[in-house]
Design a protein around this ligand. Structure first.
Ligand SMILES: O=C(O)c1ccc(O)c(O)c1
Ligand SMILES: [Mg+2]
Length: 621
């Protein structure tokens, strides 16, 4: 059985009616109405109720109700009167469930018996109207701020109309062990609220109100938490409650769809593979980057070739019928598409020469496609000639494509599609693609992060902040287990950072650089320079610091300085990298040699960005 999905209206942008439309369109079963959304709409609670019915959405809860329990008189009577008014609203809204937050009131009593008596009274009043109340321990609640305490109170209130609300943020921000969920009775767990968040060392309330994110986007151990809930037999709604400024500034439909995907990802973490197999395709296994496709005019293709050649690529074959050339060395392929129509051409018209598609090798194409369908990742269909090899694809970052190349028939595909031999291969300099760097708007960063972790068998690495001379860049990588597929994602709020200028001038998100792997970066740097690759020069000061910091051999440092090679070190592991200048004013190449090193040279990124800033017109004005 698929899980029942819901989202709190506070999670997305817009007016309440627009939020509900977006929630329904994304495919949720229900929505929690957040009180502020109701207060600020011109529609009545009854209008909202009938609108939700028309949209096929259950109203899963009305929330929040604050500061009810433990009050002295006369505040207590007033709080209960307020509760009755909210019961009226709930009946008009057509929901039977109210969320009650543990009290934050400075005048609330710490006396547990008082709290229990008040909740019992609330239960009696709710039951009289056929309603229920779920009690939630806010992480910053005055006396109750731990779900274990909230549960023991609910258990002792022992009233059919009083149950518990579990919210992953409140429990996991305080690192409450998820094993404690095993003590909770499923019939008393009225609803489950889900949020992820980056691990930050900050005030709980600020963290909760501004930095929550969708499951999969943050650092919380949500799989464990969700499994513990599933294990007690809970089969109610899993409701996203995401307070996040970025989402409130984003598109309602985009955020609603991301939330839907994140719940599907969560579902994958709790499902038993066998039981769920028919409804729940697993994340797609990837085994490598099969090719990178550029869309280019003939003139741009020539300029691109002038950079690929010194890097060891040769145009080895031509497409059977199209104006498309395959450049190869060893197992690495770059496809240059100069077709006057089709997706590549429209890409070139909009963005200028750019990466319009990536081919990922997957062992099971139908399984990968069913995962994409399940997440509502749009497929891309383009007319294929009768004798053309069909390669299914889905839409990725910035509207570019991800082709899913069948690992078993990849050789046959190349032979069939590119039968016209051109030049012979040169002795390979590179081993293949190391990683692909994609640049995007800051607001869409989390969305693409989720896209990758939900669709593919990749895991996130920790989030980094990198200093561009003109502002900060947020950067994070996703990589599969054997690291044959790695993407780094970059987004910046600073309007003049290279990242942001890329997005502005490129008219959207896209591949900003491609890093190739080698086992001899010095040999590649020498050969590429000798062959005319324009290399990004690195300031001398950098090398003086390298010497001081790592105590490297001066001869080695001189060689690195001459070749523009950067260095990083992590324990025993070493990393060497150099960059080309930009092609078509935006895309550039990198060559890396890893000696046991797993990162991306983040310490060098500010040096690289500053070096690129010196050539500003070349890297976009
Ligand atoms: O931040 C809050 O006040 C708040 C309100 C309702 C909730 O369900 C919650 O988790 C937090
Ligand atoms: Mg909550």
């Amino acid at each position: 059985m698929p899980i029942k999905t819901s989202i709190a209206t506070v999670s997305i942008s817009g007016t309440l009616d627009a939020k509900l439309q977006a929630i329904a369109a994304a495919g949720y079963d229900g929505a929690e109405i957040f009180e502020n959304d109701l207060l600020s709409t011109h529609l009545s609670a009854r209008d909202i109720s009938s609108m939700m019915a028309d949209l096929g959405l259950a109203c899963t809860m009305f929330q929040p109700f604050r500061d009810l329990d433990g009050l002295p008189e006369p505040q207590r009577t007033r709080a209960f009167d307020r509760l009755e008014r909210k019961f009226d609203v709930m009946q008009e809204l057509g929901t039977d469930l109210l969320l009650l937050c543990s009290s934050c009131s400075p005048i609330a009593s710490a006396d547990r018996a008082h709290t229990i008596a008040d909740l019992h009274e609330a239960g009696e009043r709710a039951a009289a109207r056929g309603l229920r109340i779920g009690y939630e321990a806010l992480a910053w609640g005055r006396h109750v701020n731990d779900h274990r305490d909230a549960w023991s109170i609910v258990r002792d209130v022992d009233h059919p109309a009083i149950g518990l609300v579990l919210d992953s943020f409140h429990s996991l921000s305080r690192r409450i062990p998820s094993s404690s969920i095993g003590d909770i009775r499923a019939d008393k767990l009225f609803i489950v609220q889900v949020a992820d968040a980056p691990v930050l060392d900050m005030d709980l309330l600020q963290w909760s109100r501004h930095f929550r994110s969708m499951p999969g986007q943050g650092d919380f151990p949500l799989d464990d938490w969700a499994q513990a809930i599933r294990k007690i037999g809970y089969d109610g709604y899993w409701s996203l409650e995401i307070f996040n400024d970025r989402f409130r500034a984003g598109s309602a439909s985009g955020v609603a769809l991301d939330g839907y995907r994140s719940l599907r990802l969560l579902e994958g973490g709790i499902a038993k593979p066998s039981a769920a197999a028919p409804t729940l395709p697993p994340r797609a296994t990837t085994t490598g980057v099969e090719f990178i496709e550029f869309a280019a005019s003939h003139e741009e293709a020539e300029a691109l070739g002038a950079m690929l050649r010194p890097l060891g690529f040769r145009p080895t074959a031509r497409h059977r019928s199209k104006d498309v050339t395959r450049w190869t060395q060893g197992a690495a392929s770059i496809v240059v598409n100069c077709e006057p129509e089709g997706l590549a051409h429209s890409f070139d018209m909009v963005h200028g020469a750019a990466v319009c598609a990536l081919g990922l090798t997957v062992p099971d194409v139908p399984a990968a496609l069913s995962r994409a369908d399940f997440l509502r990742v749009p497929r891309f269909e383009q007319a294929v000639a009768p004798d053309e090899w069909p390669i299914p694809s889905v839409r990725g970052v910035g509207g570019s494509l991800i082709y899913l190349v069948d690992a078993a028939s990849r050789e046959a595909m190349w032979a069939h599609e590119f039968p016209h031999a051109l030049e012979p291969e040169a002795a390979p300099l590179l081993n293949g693609v190391d990683h692909i760097a994609q640049t995007m708007q800051y607001e869409e960063f989390l969305s693409w992060l989720l896209f990758y972790v939900a669709l593919l068998d990749v895991e996130k690495t920790p989030q980094l902040e990198i200093a561009d001379p003109m502002g900060l860049v947020q950067s994070q990588a996703v990589e599969n287990a054997d690291r044959s597929v790695r993407f780094t994602l970059n987004g910046s709020l600073a309007s003049q950072s290279l990242t942001s200028r890329f997005v502005q001038n490129y008219f959207g998100a896209g591949v900003q650089h491609i890093a190739f792997a080698t086992s001899d970066v010095f040999a590649v740097a020498e050969a590429a320079r000798a062959d005319g690759l324009p290399v990004l020069e690195i300031p001398r000061n950098y090398y003086d610091d390298l010497e001081a910091r790592w105590g490297l051999d001066p001869g080695l440092i001189e060689r690195m300085a001459r070749l523009g090679i950067l260095y990083d070190c992590d324990g025993e592991a070493e990393y060497f990298q150099f960059y080309s200048r930009a092609f078509a004013r935006r895309v550039f190449f990198e060559v890396v040699e890893r000696r046991g090193y797993a990162g991306y040279g983040a310490a060098n990124a500010p040096i690289r960005l500053a070096a690129q800033a010196r050539h500003k017109p070349e890297y976009l004005d």
